[in-house]
Design a protein around this ligand. Sequence first.
Ligand SMILES: Cc1ncc(COP(=O)(O)O)c(C=O)c1O
Length: 388
Amino acid sequence: MYDFDSITDRRGTDSIKWDVDENELPMWVADMDFPTAPEIVNAFSERLNHSVFGYGKLKTEWFNAYINWWKSRHDFEMKKEGLIFCSGVVPGITSIIRHLTAPGDVIIMFSPTYNHFYNCIQDNGRRILDVDLNFSGHDYSIDFKKLEDALGKSDAKLMIICNPQNPTGTVWNRNDFERIGELCAKYSVTIVSDEIHCDIITPGTKYTPFAAVSETCSNNSIICIAPTKAFNLAGLQTSAIYVENKILRKRVSCAIEKDELSMPNSFAASAAIAAFNYGEVWLNELNEYIYKNKMIVNDYLHREIPKIRLIWGDATYLLWLDCTSLNIDSKSLAQRIRKETGLFLMAGSYYGNGGNGFLRMNIACPQTMLLDGLDRLRRGIESINTIE
Ligand SMILES: Cc1ncc(COP(=O)(O)O)c(C=O)c1O
């Protein structure tokens, strides 16, 4: 049994998340407050104790670690030659945008979605076309009519999907991907599937790798994967891009090389190898713990803050809280809660259309910290009720 209950003080460790005032509790950016798996720490120690660092080269173990993990855990057979090292998912996506599209080109996304996609696109002078997800009041689904309209009318070059979806936690299924794959192939739009959150999932639930669904999907897609979210190695600069199609792969690897993202630092490859080869038991326990945390939030909201509803998603540790009944724009709401209680949450409006009125809460923390966060959330909402 691994220990997810103890609190590790992260203040003073140059953590962006914990760069907050003494009384504040950060539950915003997507890293976890748990130490990574001890098996990974051991691998780092070994590398550290060697004490000579230099330019890195990928060993066969790095390729095998990804291939074996996706085969055994996700039932997807990757080809060794399809894997490309990249120093991060966001840098990789940015590079793909820069080299596979031209300024002014349109890139399609489902919104609400991960806020950095917006930056990657806009900062590089490309245009965003949001296809809003359908929100039933309980969950999210894809509006294929809207998607086809967007593809048909826009002359888009690229579509970025998030599998599973950050921030809603939605786990997309084969049928969704078959239809996306066919539509994108019909309109010659290449798909980038960001699958960084795929291993944080409710026990017993399965994520579907986009490229595993059909030849149409695998032929026309660029898959971004990493051990960094699931094993809490964010910021370590290690990820991979999987491209099955040879011609597309050549274009992607040229992009990654041009942008100097292809060389691993001394810890990047060992981190991935240790995580995928030795981290599975730790990850299973982590997923159990996160599931329990989700249930705690769900029960707490029902009981203590019924005006806020958890929109249940089976993936990610980022909870999507529906606060629309409060009728307050989400930035003001997040600011108000932070000012009143020190609880730092992300405003839903950062995630594009459909995000306003929601808050995103990171629950990858020990349960005592989570309960503190929920208590602050309750007080924050009560303070609004009192003032209004
Ligand atoms: C969907 C998604 N993609 C990418 C990233 C960041 O990836 P990286 O740190 O490898 O750039 C995040 C971090 O939260 C994320 O949520």
